[in-house]
Design a protein around this ligand. Structure first.
Ligand SMILES: Cc1ncc(COP(=O)(O)O)c(C=O)c1O
Length: 394
């Protein structure tokens, strides 16, 4: 079904979960539910925070076509950042006219398919950071003139310290210019550069030290970004200078060389984004699990639940029970493979549901074939997740 986005209102976690619970009371759990009012308010916030710079929606953080379409239909959004070439080709064939890969690929079959499709070829831009990727793409695609964007390391280096993610080996203007020249020699069309400052965008403001790192990093990147753009563009102009994520929209968009910012997680508002100072996304997407047994007076066991988020393993990666209030996981069991006990002063009965939030955004869609869409307290439809469409890309 089509999801349309209009301005919405702020909601607390408890109110949001209560609303989803009442709306879906007639449905069997486990289920995944999306509050459309919260989704559209989150989308509007992302646009406001980008302050006029177009927002590219990150598909890995959404993993649902109807929600991607809803974002693309929101003024201020433009284009998709995909995570797999096969996915990018499918999106392009489905009508998305601007798909930027966020990550390099060596999927020869998908690259050949892209090269063989004249429409997808115009709509999809590959991400590269190494001549080896270019050679693989060239061998798979032939001289098809594929579009490429250069991923530039946006981490902060202080002496031997590397603050940020380990992604691209390309960091300096001369390294970026050399890769652009290599790409052009192999027949690629170099259309852009991307900087993903994970140490700003993906780190909650948990301490003074983190906030300081962010401030220093934003200043360092502003200098280097302009120099890299000038070196890659030469006498021409780049179509794409992409930067940022949900956690960095203000600072990424503030750099005048940036032509677009990326955001995805901010649409669903997972727990990872609870700890930022500049913004608070509404918890739009939650899942409900049924209570199937009561091992003790203070313990209820739900079916399912072991939906651990990617990233450094630890307590921050497990889902959070949010409704009824006061429930918590057991340290000895955590979130289980097919059943998850929760403890609380008062616990729900067998047949009742517990509502949960995932740590990250799109990953939960890999556990459900579809999501129920809730509007004004009622289920107004359902829509498949990527997984529900058989779209699994790794
Ligand atoms: C290249 C790139 N851009 C942007 C993002 C931001 O995505 P989100 O807004 O979901 O945090 C990510 C997330 O990892 C990313 O890898």
């Amino acid at each position: 079904m089509t999801v349309s986005l209009r301005p919405g209102a702020t909601t607390s976690v408890a109110v949001a979960a209560t609303r989803l619970d009442a709306a879906t009371a007639h449905l069997d759990a486990p289920l995944l539910a999306l509050d459309l009012g919260a989704l559209r308010a989150n989308a509007a916030d992302l646009v406001v925070r980008a302050a006029g710079t177009p927002v590219r929606v990150a598909s890995k953080s959404v993993r649902c076509r109807a929600v991607l379409d809803a974002a693309l239909g929101t003024p201020g959004f433009r284009g998709v950042m995909a995570y797999a070439v096969r996915e990018a080709v499918l999106l392009a064939r489905a009508g998305v006219d601007d798909v930027l890969l966020g990550y390099p690929s060596v999927d020869r079959g998908a690259l050949a398919e892209l090269a063989a499709d004249p429409v997808a070829r115009q709509r999809v831009t590959l991400m590269v950071d190494d001549p080896a990727q270019l050679r693989i793409a060239r061998d798979a695609a032939g001289r098809a003139g594929l579009r490429v964007c250069i991923d530039v390391d946006a981490s902060l280096r202080i002496g031997p310290l590397h603050l940020g993610v380990r992604r691209s080996p390309v960091r300096t203007p001369s390294q970026a210019a050399a890769l652009a020249s290599a790409a052009r020699r192999l027949g690629f069309d170099v259309v852009g550069v991307m900087f993903y400052e994970a140490q700003v965008a993906g780190l909650p403001d948990s301490s003074l030290a983190v906030r300081l790192v962010k401030r220093v990093s934003i200043g360092e990147l502003a200098h280097r970004r302009a120099a890299v753009v000038a070196a890659v563009a030469g006498n021409g102009q780049l179509e794409i200078v992409n930067s940022g994520g949900t956690g960095s929209l203000e600072s990424s968009a503030a750099d005048p060389v940036v032509t677009e910012v990326t955001a995805g997680s901010g649409l669903y508002g997972p727990t990872l984004f609870d700890g930022y100072r500049a913004f608070t996304p509404r918890p739009a997407l939650m899942f409900a699990l049924p209570v199937v047994r009561r091992p003790a007076a203070a313990v209820a066991t739900t079916f399912g639940g072991g939906y651990i988020a990617s990233g450094p393993a630890g307590a921050s990666r497990v889902p959070t029970p949010v409704y009824p209030a006061g429930l918590r996981l057991l340290g000895t069991e955590g979130a289980g493979e097919v059943q998850t006990p929760v403890r609380g002063r008062t616990v729900p009965a067998i047949g009742d549901r517990v509502w949960w939030r995932h740590t990250k955004a799109g990953e939960i869609c890999e556990r459900f074939t579809g999501m129920h869409l809730v509007e004004d307290g009622h289920v107004v439809g359902s829509t498949p997740t990527y997984r529900g469409e058989g779209w699994t890309f790794g």
